[in-house]
Design a protein around this ligand. Structure first.
Ligand SMILES: O=C(O)CCC(=O)C(=O)O
Length: 360
């Protein structure tokens, strides 16, 4: 069956060429644009969970012994995995539940309503899209998405025109969530700094302090008639500082464990938040820590939601390996750059991993 056409403006059509939710309901064979190359298709099931990915409790962070334990566990997790989960992190389960509910309500709105918030061509990739935010993408992912620029606050205020006014509490809850996750990010950046032997405020200052950016991306992965042939989200590393991800109980987030040449599925743990390191931490740590490749797989029975907060440097932040970590035996592996110059490197996709373009 041919995919259902959507009657919308040409601009909106560029980022919503076809509604993935509608395709899922039709349960027809996947349109060619969703078929991934054989080498990119899933190899590990969405619900076979890896029990080794570290789960770190942040309880006791304010006591010297608690902090020492947490810093040590974070150091090991960053070096070995580049991805870990945190519990006892201070973001309330109630707020996490409300964010999930609001996000689900948004995606359940009629397409005509969602499309009012479609990403604008040529602008910063925010707003609603289906399959991809990039209008020029040849291959699409099996997801619908909505994203917002949430910090710094002046950027958030400029972004409000793309924030839905229904469900009713959407904006209020998103602001509260953004602020709470930002507090957690500040704490984690302090812990990661300490784990590298740097002052607590080192990374936060390096990425622009209070002018660092935050983007929140909401992913809705519908059930998929042929999950083995596609992905909910293609493999990538995150170009920013760190990412905080909240997922529901279905499972689908996978990380690539390079030394085992294996994709492993992150176990959904109620109340936990998944943390993955972005490219900027790999570069700042001079590759002591890794920006992990990850992807999302889908399945034929259940829809899945993930709420993803990207902590990114300010566009003008001067990035590169921290000079304090360098020595004759550990010379800089990457050149220095202004963060705004990093994004074109990512979008050009000339190297498999973006940071390889900066290798000295
Ligand atoms: O949905 C997921 O679990 C992965 C999301 C993700 O990696 C992203 O949005 O960049």
């Amino acid at each position: 069956m041919a995919p259902s056409p959507i009657d919308v403006s040409a601009d909106a059509k560029r980022v919503v060429p076809m509604s993935v939710m509608k395709l899922a309901d039709e349960a027809a064979p996947l349109p060619a644009k969703f078929l991934k190359k054989a080498s990119e298709r899933p190899t590990t099931a969405h619900n076979v969970f890896c029990k080794e990915i570290p789960v770190i409790s942040l309880e006791g962070i304010d006591s010297p012994s608690g902090r020492e334990r947490i810093v040590g566990e974070v150091r090991d997790a960053c070096a070995e995995w580049g991805i870990f989960q945190v519990i006892d992190h201070g973001v309330s389960e109630e707020l996490m539940r409300k964010m999930m509910e609001n996000t689900l309500s948004f995606f359940k709105l009629p397409l005509e309503e969602k499309i009012k918030y479609a990403a604008k061509p040529g602008g910063f990739p925010v707003g609603y899209a289906s399959g991809s935010h990039r209008a020029d993408d040849d291959i699409l992912d099996w997801r619908e998405l909505m994203s917002h620029r949430c910090l710094p606050k002046d950027v958030r205020e400029n972004d409000y025109s793309l924030w839905p006014d229904q469900p009713e509490e959407y904006r209020k809850i998103l602001v509260e969530y953004s602020d709470n996750i930002d507090r957690l990010v500040t704490l984690l950046l302090a812990v990661i700094s300490e784990s590298l032997g740097l002052p607590s405020d080192y990374i936060k200052n390096a990425v622009g302090g209070e002018s660092a950016e935050q983007k929140i991306l909401l992913n809705y992965y519908p059930q998929c008639p042929q999950p083995d042939l596609t992905l909910g989200l293609r493999k990538h590393t995150d170009y920013g500082t760190i990412t905080v991800l909240q997922q529901d109980e279905v499972g689908g987030l996978q990380a690539y464990k390079e030394d085992r040449d294996q994709w492993v599925t992150v176990e959904p743990i109620s109340g936990a938040l998944v943390i993955n390191l972005g490219d900027q931490i790999q570069i700042l740590s001079n590759a002591k820590y890794c920006s992990v490749e990850h992807q999302a797989v889908v399945n034929s029975n259940q829809t899945r939601l993930s709420l993803v907060t990207f902590a990114n440097p300010n566009a003008m932040a001067q990035m590169g390996p921290a000079p304090e970590l360098l020595s004759d035996s550990n010379p800089a592996k990457y050149r220095r750059y202004t963060f705004k110059d990093y994004l074109p490197i990512c979008f050009a996709q000339k190297t498999r991993k973006h940071y390889d373009a900066l290798v000295i």
